[in-house]
Design a protein around this ligand. Structure first.
Ligand code: AHG
Ligand code: MN
Ligand code: MN
Length: 343
């Protein structure tokens, strides 16, 4: 595979094909999923960019399976992804943060050998105030027999993922993904409607400069978590310096900054939410795959995120994700070990 630099003019489609060639047995189905996700990302970006003009800001009257009020763009993004992905013949089922159960492939379309899980719009509470939002996706292979996807195909540990990534609708629109061959970032050139390679082989600096955590939950944390945050802030005066606090309330935006600049994002368990807030299957797992592929790590404080065996589609997990030494500090204080001891 050509070792591109950030100056090579390479479209995401070209890059996907070159990555596919690394796997002689590849059928092109996974590449097709990534192409279609890039198309969906362009369509969502267009809606997000014009949200203030077309009546798509604000909330609907409905709430989703999470019990959260659905923003109009949550629903729009969800529908765009389903319609972009349901007919390509590569998927046998999908699951979305915005929908209660398994999303089947319509009868009239062929089923494929992959499943897709996604958070169509992450950071929804930020839409109306023009703070970056994102889309997060995770791809797994079907493991059950038969044609149609089943819940068992969706409830796999994150280490089984074959691809994962996110789109960030920020000062520019970027798509960042991994298929296990490193992490690569593509920036949308709106003038030509193409995602162009801008960040080849992303590596997460370690130790990290940034601490991303919602301090308003401090009164609800355990003493150990409080002490951990203090140690992040102050550093240890030796290897690890102190950190700057950066938290925008969109996981994708906070994660992306830490991926490029080095840092730790933490959403610990607290007395009100003993499993934290973030969802394992379509938030923690895909970003954990990206983090590890970029030399970082992701843990729930006791277990490597990618080793957690899920039991429910929308289950939550405490999340410490980012530069490896920062995650290791969390694990050393909260009782885990990054040895991949599965839950
Ligand atoms: P979503 O909009 O998909 O529900 O995700 C929101 C999540 C995540 O993006 C962010 O890190 C977190 O909620 C912020 O939660 P707090 O407002 O509790 O800090
Ligand atoms: Mn989210
Ligand atoms: Mn969401």
């Amino acid at each position: 595979m050509v070792k591109h630099t950030a100056t090579s003019v390479v479209t995401i489609d070209r890059y996907i094909i070159e990555e596919e060639r690394l796997h002689p047995q590849a059928t092109g189905e996974l590449s097709g999923i990534l192409y279609d996700l890039a198309l969906a990302a362009k369509m969502i970006a267009n809606k997000v960019r014009n949200a203030g003009l077309a009546d798509v800001l604000g909330a609907t009257e409905n709430s989703n399976v999470q019990g959260e009020i659905q923003q109009k763009l949550d629903v729009l993004a969800n529908d765009i992804i389903i319609k972009a992905m349901d007919h390509g013949g590569r998927l046998c089922a999908m699951a979305s943060e915005e929908m209660p159960g398994l999303i089947p492939i319509p009868e009239q379309f062929r089923c494929g050998k992959y499943v897709l899980l996604f958070d169509p719009l992450d950071g929804s509470s930020n839409i109306d105030v023009n703070v970056p939002v994102g889309t997060i996706f995770s791809v797994l292979c079907k493991i059950t027999r038969g044609n149609k996807g089943e819940m068992e195909d969706l409830l796999q540990p994150g280490r089984q993922q074959v691809a994962a990534g996110y789109v960030i609708y920020g000062s520019s629109t970027m798509m960042v993904y991994t298929t296990g061959q490193g992490v690569h970032g593509f920036t949308l050139d709106p003038a030509i409607g193409e995602f162009l390679l801008s960040h080849p082989h992303i590596r997460m600096p370690d130790p990290g400069r940034y601490l991303s955590v919602n301090d308003s939950y401090e009164p609800l944390w355990s003493d150990t978590v409080r002490e951990l945050m203090q140690r992040y802030r102050k550093g240890d005066g030796k290897k690890r310096n102190g950190t700057s606090s950066r938290y925008v309330g969109s996981l994708v935006a906070d994660f992306h900054r830490n991926l490029l600049g080095g840092g730790i994002f933490a959403y610990p368990a607290n007395r009100k939410s003993p499993k934290g807030k973030l969802r394992l299957l379509y938030e923690a797992n895909p970003l954990a795959f990206i983090a590890e592929q970029a030399g970082g790590a992701a843990s729930d404080g006791e277990h490597r995120i990618l080793d957690i065996v899920p039991s429910e589609l929308h289950q939550r997990a405490p999340l410490f994700i980012g530069s490896k030494s920062n995650v290791e500090l969390a694990e050393s204080m909260l009782g885990g070990a990054l040895t991949g001891v599965g839950a």
